[in-house]
Design a protein around this ligand. Structure first.
Ligand SMILES: *Cc1c(COP(=O)(O)O)cnc(C)c1O
Length: 222
């Protein structure tokens, strides 16, 4: 299957209100261009240097999403152009993004990453840490970041029911926070969950952003 036919097929799977983030990490700019030509505009990258190199050579109207673990000292490189940062997992990171965003006079949309998997290696806030952070009210003081929702990853397992349970946990937390703290903030509307192997489950559990790489671009060579 070609990149463009995979994208067309995926788009047919996505309900209205769910967007596709084409995860192009480790794939060359030519692959991005092919996806772009078939109409794709949102791309996800997980390494700052790779992202910055691609931005220079790819079409200017691409929306770049940062989906990796962001190191504090690299924030300033992506803040001038990034359109969504998916993996914010601490208040200090959010504060640093806010600081750089202020210098750029931009408001950066961010998602709080919540840990719902059973593995120990995944990054993210626990549901309680996430709830406490939002409840603290401190987000309102960070004028140059806006939390648009939550992001999470399910366990790497064949067990479909476990994956469903983990996505469901994230959706329940999203709905709770939305109801309790964001009633007057329509920009709290994104739930980023689902990858190549589990996006159909994520969609059925309420995902609004699926992050799909290998299904579109093939296997990555690290
Ligand atoms: C690499 C990556 C993806 C895409 O994974 P695929 O299995 O190739 O679809 C999605 N989300 C995050 C956070 C990633 O790092």
């Amino acid at each position: 299957m070609s990149i463009s036919s995979e994208i067309q097929r995926l788009k047919q799977d996505l309900p209205k209100g769910t967007d596709l983030v084409a995860v192009s990490k480790f794939h060359p700019a030519e692959a991005i261009q092919e996806a772009y030509t078939s109409g794709q505009r949102i791309f996800g990258e997980s390494r700052v240097q790779e992202l910055c190199e691609k931005v220079k050579v790819c079409p200017a109207d691409i929306e770049w999403h940062f989906i990796g673990h962001l190191q504090t000292n690299k924030i300033k490189q992506i803040v001038p152009f990034v359109s969504l940062i998916h993996g914010v997992d601490s208040l200090s990171l959010l504060q640093e993004i806010n600081k750089e965003a202020a210098k750029n006079e931009r408001i950066i949309p961010c998602l709080l990453q919540v840990f719902v998997a059973q593995e120990e290696t995944k990054f993210g806030l626990s549901p309680k840490e996430c709830r406490d952070l939002v409840a603290s009210g401190i987000l309102k003081e960070l004028h140059f970041v806006r939390v648009h929702g939550l992001m999470g990853m399910a366990s790497l397992t064949e067990n479909q029911e476990q994956i469903r349970t983990e996505f469901h946990t994230l959706k329940v937390l999203f709905d709770e926070l939305n109801f309790t703290f964001f009633q007057n903030d329509p920009s709290f509307c994104e739930l980023s969950m689902g990858m190549s192997d589990d996006y159909m489950i994520a969609i059925s559990e309420g995902s609004t952003l699926v992050r799909i790489g290998s299904k579109i671009f093939g296997h990555r060579v690290y």
